[in-house]
Design a protein. Sequence first.
Length: 480
Amino acid sequence: MSDKPMTDQADFLAACRELLGDTYVLTQDADTAPFLTDWRDRFTGKALAVLRPATVEQVAAILRACAQWQVPVVPQGGNTGLVLGSIPDDAGTAIVLSLARLNSIRALDPVNRTITVDAGCILQTIQEAASAAGCLFPLSLAAEGSCTIGGNLATNAGGTAVLRYGNTRELCLGLEVVTPQGEIWSGLRGLRKDNTGYDLRDLYIGAEGTLGVITGAVMKLYPQPKACITALAAMPSPAHALRLLSLMQDHCGASLTGFELMSQYCLQLVAEQFPQLPRPFAEAHGQSHGQYVLLELSSSQSEAHAVELLEASIGAALEDELIEDAVVASSVAQSEGLWQLREHIPLAQAQAGKNIKHDISLPISRIADFISVTDAALESAFPGCQLVCFGHLGDGNLHYNVAPPAGMTDRDFLANQDAINRIVHDQVHGFGGSISAEHGIGALKKADLARYKSPLELQLMRAVKQALDPQNIMNPGKVL
């Protein structure tokens, strides 16, 4: 419980009830439980209360109250994060500030190609609103049916279309933010050029709620492609996948919108856990491939143009012996089936048991060497461990996950987490990479950040934190 007197807690909660109404100040265990456990079911925190404001003004009033009573604030969107960034610790002193009720689409400008949204808007809702206006909002990830744009911005989420459209940061033109002092900064400008001093927008994006609360955003829209064509290619190794990436970029340019690497073990895991999903390469022939790449091309011209580009590229790859086999989706249903193979990898992992996960990025040219060296290091230290390696190869982001050897219990395996993390992250650092590509730091990777960031970088980050949040009430214990 909090070190503050109970009267202070009671006064604070009374002020919150006056602001929001009793219904939206949750204090009973049954009501707060869904907000306190992380998506991977690895940690459950405690909270003084879960607050559910419906307006930006209510968010500002809550933060003014939190500043007055010095109550820590943990902002939360869809609670789909993977690094404990939106979960309070077990002290029970913090409030969870759920943005789920701030879920309106404020404006859509098809000429300026922008959409202005509340932070609590579900990502899929934004995609659908853009599509209804004949536009494309390209951010796409497995949790898009439940994650919110505020959380996407707070973690600078990536997803499957980064190769063509960039991370969430590149898709955002303006923000609305409530400061730790309860003031509202309105930077909702749909401008592509605005060179008027420090870029506060980029400061808050990726800050994981440690500097303020994002309550609204202006996001970029794009023309809807005339056609999207999907293919799955099989090859012996990651080195072949990198050569295929170069070939596809040379042949297809900006039309290449997806390039997802999946190891043979990934698809084996999906087949075991989800036997109803398609198996594009018939195992009856006894052929096994080391790696697979899921490709997607988008054409602004026509489906025929996309098909021609893809078939020419696949033909060249076969001729150059970069790939061993390929299947091209001939319908929307087949395309969705191929994407389901990729999107079900995390679900298959969860059903099969616990994994030690790593969300890393590397210079694209060094990915094959990293996989080879790190696979060998882990096998030497933990014989029989299974490597579940997949990710967005086109932008250098790997989900490099380690599963236990056959017969080892999850509990015994997870006891090796620190040692496994050290092997993987030391290799990432040695190859010039990052220990977090798109999931953030949260509480889970805070110690690792201190190990791999330079003292000067950490000093500058702490200076920003101290300047904007001198009371340290915004998501304390996360990132720094």
